[in-house]
Write a protein that binds this ligand. Structure first.
Ligand SMILES: [Zn+2]
Length: 171
């Protein structure tokens, strides 16, 4: 068995057209959430909540970096870049992105994601759950801006809000 560590790369997604000629890229949110929340549950059981959140953020970060390199265009000026990000997030059904605040001088941003793939419609627990999204945003901005960011979800469906809101600041 080869257990050499290899980080996630975009090519791991594979050739979907060839592999799924009938279904292509299509799947249901139910299936995504079944995977996400069952994985989360076994991770929490084995490693606890804090470690699970941390690892979901790290997974999102890894995905975000590859997503930025392969789906977005890191060479675009900021207005076009965020426009493309918004378009791709809608196309892929991740959610409806709005940039509420963008301060490139101080590297402080606030964005919202409505109809979020991870959480919109889930039970209200009083605890934000979009840790993967936090990481995804981190990874995307890391590649685009070339700095490290802290991303904190402040509003979430699971917190009783209608939209997810993320506060972002460069480290
Ligand atoms: Zn959320």
């Amino acid at each position: 068995m080869n257990d050499t560590f290899r980080s996630f790369e975009w090519k791991d997604i594979g050739d979907i057209e060839r592999g799924r000629p009938t279904f292509g890229d299509k799947m249901h949110v139910t299936v995504y959430r079944m995977f996400h929340y069952s994985l989360r549950s076994v991770l929490e059981k084995s490693y606890g909540k804090a470690a699970t959140k941390h690892n979901l953020v790290e997974a999102g970060r890894l995905a975000g970096r590859e997503f930025c390199r392969h789906v977005l265009d890191p060479n675009l000026p900021s207005a076009e870049f965020f426009c493309l990000l918004k378009q791709k997030m809608a196309e892929l059904g991740i959610g409806i992105l709005e940039v509420e605040h963008a301060d490139f001088e101080n590297m402080i941003f606030i964005i919202t994601i409505s109809e979020d793939l991870d959480c919109s419609g889930v039970a209200v627990t009083g605890e934000t759950v979009c840790n993967f999204d936090e990481g995804l945003i981190m990874g995307i901005l890391e590649v685009y801006i070339g700095r490290l960011f802290i991303v904190k979800e402040t509003d979430c469906w699971s917190n009783g809000d209608w939209t997810c809101r993320f506060h972002i600041v460069a480290i």
